[in-house]
Design a protein around this ligand. Sequence first.
Ligand SMILES: [Zn+2]
Length: 394
Amino acid sequence: MQQILTASQLLTGPTDRQFAPGALLIDGGKIAAVGTPSEVERHASPTADRYDYPDATILPGLINCHVHLAFDASPDPVSALQSSSDDELLAAMQQRAHEHLFAGVTTVRDLGDRRGLITSLRDAIKRGESTGPRILAAGAPVTPKGGHCWFLGGEVDSAESIRANVRHNARIGTDLIKIMGNGGQMTPGGPGMTDAQFTSEQLRLITSEARAAGLPAAVHAYTTDAIAAAVEAGVATVEHCTFHGNDGAAALDDDLADRMALDGVAASPALPSGWRRMWDMLGPQRAEAIADRLRWLRRHDVPLIFGSDAGVPISQHGDPVSTLELYEHIGFPQADIIELATTTSARHIGLGDVTGEIRPGLDADVVVANGDPTRGVGCLRHLRRVLRAGIDSW
Ligand SMILES: [Zn+2]
């Protein structure tokens, strides 16, 4: 079945390729043609369904590269998780997956759930038995005994258990390996944000086991030391990527940023939807330091990908736009923000040939929004349609 969508504007993803007016032809679940309405019309069959959206923009579905469907975004997601049975947790994860899709997020990368429960949800969506975004799943993050998020089931305490853990994840079918390179705030009594959790040698062991299983690695890292060790070990993305010294002060390392740019290692800031509240709490100076760091990464051409850490306190599922507005607030051009949240994100999580762009041959993951997001990304809250592989999400 073919359908043609036309709108006053079409953003393909990359900033240098836009049409006004623009059209796209969807055939089955794939994008068959894109361009001006008259160009696209030439490729279509006379029986194609036609939809016209004046005063609206067609763009690729958003990609949230850092979510936790197992967390409920309450002030205490860990207790909520621990008091849920697997069945209850899975039902809640399914609901949260819907919330992402309804908000225009057609792909999520889940960076830590309980023991890989998410793979069954991912597969149900793939088979069409459940509505939801495409999911890339990390399963339980690799962490030391009692380390950051140990309660998700990924504890290791020796080279042997590291190997066994990565192989286990590969066997249950995860799409990547998540490594907890530093401690964090979610684990009562656990290591802090500037504590290293693994040696360089252990990081290399994890990434080489992952590579052997054909899986990329994402590292949760705040400190410059942990980022350096993880980049050296060959991770694909650095989550949070805050470049803190071991004393917690900023320690921006130009050479390391250049190395990330050269190796194509993406920074995934994963800033929460409730960032305004966070910035109020931090005060203007520390908030400005976050903004400075994002601009600094951009100046160094470090690929930035979109994520919101949805599920942790102050980051809601199904609210991609608030986090996008943070980039707008600190002066990123809107078209760049859209490219970051679609094409760049897809490319750096291994989906560049599948989604993230409106280009013939890719899955028809498409959003139609009222208004013009290149003038204000807030209009992405007002969606007319969300298509996942050509299928309407509501
Ligand atoms: Zn996270």
